[in-house]
Write a protein that binds this ligand. Structure first.
Ligand SMILES: *Cc1c(COP(=O)(O)O)cnc(C)c1O
Length: 380
């Protein structure tokens, strides 16, 4: 079946009790046994819950995987996955990635004795050079933000497979609607469902999808052992959000591309970082690997930080806030907000500048979005 159909139906069979069309919220910690030694399909909600299972099966279907697991947050999903590794294991991680992932790897994973190397994975040769006999996994994220760099997932998966190294991709920015890493040879997909998958900025959540039974078994074990799973009410909200993922992503993509083109021709904009524009250095790779570009991108304004602040202070429809992927448009200043925890020289070496602005273009009418920005630019 097609993506739009799976988003509405996968994992969601009719409720056996009353035939409810929408999956009920099984807000229960425990389930009655049929008799001594005879548990039902579910026995305790940390180990499994019917509302959670509906979402897990739905996300697995959308990513083209066999098994899905959902977590309290995106970071809970990542922490659970990284717990597969211990002392002397070596991980190769893309050097430009979500700040929270960077913090987890440096302040938690490395402290547990795992060796982590940050490498620019846009250069496949650098990946080859970084591989050691103890290398267990390669961690990717594409596109990254706020720089909107693209990684060639197929090339990375091929190199890793030669060395029997696991590959992981954080697919939060595009969602399975625009990018399916498992189809490109990646072993594990990770999500912050907080963003596009839920899409309504009313829940935090995470997910992992795999298509290898050995990995599914390990992750299922860790999810239960660590207790990092999502609760039933949050799963219900994400299930409700994911039903419209396809049409939302189309609208985000259409609006963001139109805003990016408008910004590119604006005299007060120095540059626009959007992989759907021909000016993007990896436009060709993005076209080949993704079926769309999503709704989040960055641009640099004239007038340095002061120019950026004046624009941010003048928007009305766009809300000044971190996060992304909701139906409403958000705008933020990576230097002082989402990426402030990174050391200043690290930000500069990556190319994050004080005049950079990141926007998550929502699904309001495009004319209202552009009118808001046009008005705000009068203050720059
Ligand atoms: C937000 C985000 C995360 C973390 O997810 P939370 O749900 O906030 O814990 C991880 N990766 C990316 C790319 C994100 O944008």
């Amino acid at each position: 079946m097609h993506f739009e159909t799976l988003a509405i139906h996968a994992g969601q069979s009719k409720d056996p009790a009353y035939g409810a069309v929408m999956p009920p919220i099984y807000q229960t910690s425990t389930f009655a046994f049929k008799g001594v030694g005879q548990p039902g399909e579910f026995d305790y909600s940390r180990s499994g819950n019917p509302t959670r299972k509906a979402l897990e099966d739905c996300l697995a279907a959308l990513e083209g995987g066999t098994d899905g697991f959902v977590f309290a947050t995106g970071m809970a999903a990542e922490a659970t996955l990284l717990d597969m590794y211990g002392p002397r294991d070596h991980l190769i991680v893309h050097d430009d990635l979500y700040g929270g992932t960077h913090r987890l790897l440096v302040n938690v994973t490395q402290k547990h004795g795992v060796e982590v190397d940050f490498v620019n994975l846009r250069e496949p040769d650098l990946l080859r050079k970084a591989i050691r006999p103890s290398t267990r996994a390669v961690w990717t994220e594409t596109p990254t933000n706020p720089l909107m760099n693209i990684l060639d997932l197929r090339a990375i998966a091929d190199i890793a497979q030669e060395h029997e190294i696991l590959t992981i991709c954080d697919n939060t920015f595009l969602s399975p609607y625009f990018q399916r890493p498992l189809d490109l040879g990646i072993d594990v997909v990770v999500h912050s469902t907080t963003k596009y998958i839920n899409g309504h900025s009313d829940v935090v959540g995470g997910a992992i999808v795999v298509r290898r039974p050995d990995l599914a078994e390990k992750i299922k074990f860790l999810q239960n052992a660590m207790g990092t799973c999502a609760g039933p009410f949050d799963c219900f909200l994400v299930l409700r959000g994911v039903k419209t993922l396809g049409i939302r992503m189309e609208a985000h993509n259409r609006n963001a591309l139109a805003v990016a083109q408008w910004l590119e021709s604006h005299p007060k904009v120095e540059r626009v970082l959007h992989p759907g524009l021909e000016s993007h250095p990896q436009h060709g790779l993005a076209q080949q690997q993704q079926t769309g570009y999503g709704g989040t991108f960055s641009f640099c304004v004239e007038g340095g930080e002061a120019g950026a602040f004046r624009l941010l202070g003048a928007v009305r429809l766009f809300t000044l806030a971190e996060s992304l992927g909701g139906v409403e448009s958000l705008i933020e200043h990576p230097w002082s907000m989402t990426h402030a925890s990174m050391p200043e020289d690290f930000r500069l070496s990556m190319g994050i500048t004080r005049n950079m602005i990141r926007i998550s273009v929502g699904i309001e009418h495009i004319d209202d979005q552009i009118a808001d920005l046009a008005h705000a630019f009068e203050n720059v």
